[in-house]
Design a protein around this ligand. Sequence first.
Ligand code: ME8
Length: 543
Amino acid sequence: MPDAASETFYLTTPIYYVNDAPHIGHAYTTVAADVVTRWHRQRQEPVWFLTGTDEHGQKVMRTAEANGVTPQEWADRLVESSWKPVLHTLDALNDDFIRTTQPRHTERVQAFIQDLYNKGEIYAGSYEGPYCVGCEEYKLPGDLVDGTGEYEGQKLCPIHGKPVEMLSEQNYFFKMSAYQDRLLALYEAHPEFVQPASARNEVLAFVKGGLQDLSISRNTFDWGIPIPWDTTHVLYVWFDALLNYATAVGLDSDDPEQQAKFAATWPASVHLVGKDILRFHAVIWPAMLMAAGLPLPTTVFAHGWLLVGGEKMSKSKLTGIAPSQIIDHFGSDAFRYYFMRAIAFGQDGSFSWEDLSARYNAELANGFGNLASRVAAMVGKYYGGVLPQAGPAGPAEQALEQVAAQAVAAAEKAIDALAIHEAINAVWTLVDATNLYLTEQEPWKVAKADEEKLPDGGSAQEGRLATILVTAAEALRSLAVLLHPITPKAAQALWESLGAAAPLGALAVQPVDGAARFGALPAGTTVTKGASLFPRLEDPVVE
Ligand code: ME8
């Protein structure tokens, strides 16, 4: 059963295969992980965000062979040239990056499986069945689809669309079938363990259908972690990979510092994965932990697929789009915002350049960026860039502050449910309400009327204009805090433009729950109109 949560909000992404460079599907999970962990950090919680790479197995080995290098050389090359740099490109603030070829992982994995072997959870046996190298998984006959065209007469993996290979091996097995009832009891007692509901239903049906023992070693190739009691075998890549979540935070380490890290961090709060790898995380992984007597993670959340032409986008089908193709043109903030808002988190979504361009211009450039520049420009024009003293708040100001409070409450709830799109929708109610507030209050008309009343150029300080602009600036301050996890660069630029750091400190330490209380920016704060947060793109569609 999941034990009491650790003191840390610990979130992981899958560790990605290094057979190829990242595409936007991988970036999607990483960005979601970054948005959620940034949000928790901004709540002042202790957070640990882990990502990394999965480097063993046949898929990586074959790619290395095809490129004439060793698997280790290939992995080193891809990690340094692609997987680590993409985190920077995406603005992801991971706390650690684990590689499954690191000794901290391989040594701890060996200790873990030796322990399971000693406990009688692993036995020697033989297996024959269809294997998909793309998935690195033995398939059940019912999982397969019939090939057509060049694959006529062959059985294909439904995810990769490629023929499976028949494998027959003597290997070691994990007694997974013994965990069927305990897993069902887990799903029953903890509906939050597998999310969303569609994923939970799939897992329940799968486990109710009966579990087989799991083949966990291979002896026809050697690119993997040697089985400690029989080094003619290497560990099955998934058994090795799943353990990364625990080895990275110190599982089975002799080092007291690592042991303290493990105590403070494990179990994970959320394993964020794509639905393609749900069963590994929601069935095999908890069974492994149960066998070892370790606490279980709180939640495995499976998001949907990015589709291109109605199919899962993938490099092997040549539909992969590199994140830089989008980011070079639209910027990392727009990338993060678009994928997190346009697709309901947990469901599939189709990517299209047209939709991205349309949302960029309508929501980021016109809706948000333009609002920020208009307010800064008016404070510049009417008050020389110094925030005036606001007059008393009237019904319109109170209503806007109320919208801000509701936006914070709704966004907080949505983040806890990992409904990232709903959190952004909630934040956007404040963008829209602030735009509406300005349209209705017409500060430019109030300024004109003030000027007419005071032809000698006398001060409008005490007037309505000050109240309107300060209120709009307060709404923007709230938005900077709320958008910081989602569009960190624009939020930081807005924070600077509002001159908020001097009175309030760094944006990263602004608590979310206080974000909606107006009156935080004192009179005298310097507001400057910086570069446009999201410049309108006249011809933004690129291919
Ligand atoms: O499965 N849409 O690694 P992987 C959305 N090494 N997300 C996608 C996607 C798409 N079209 N394509 C990939 C592995 N992803 C294993 C994981 S974990 C212990 C081991 C994302 O490189 C999504 O998160 O094939 C998916 O689950 C993951 O990349 C698969 O990455």
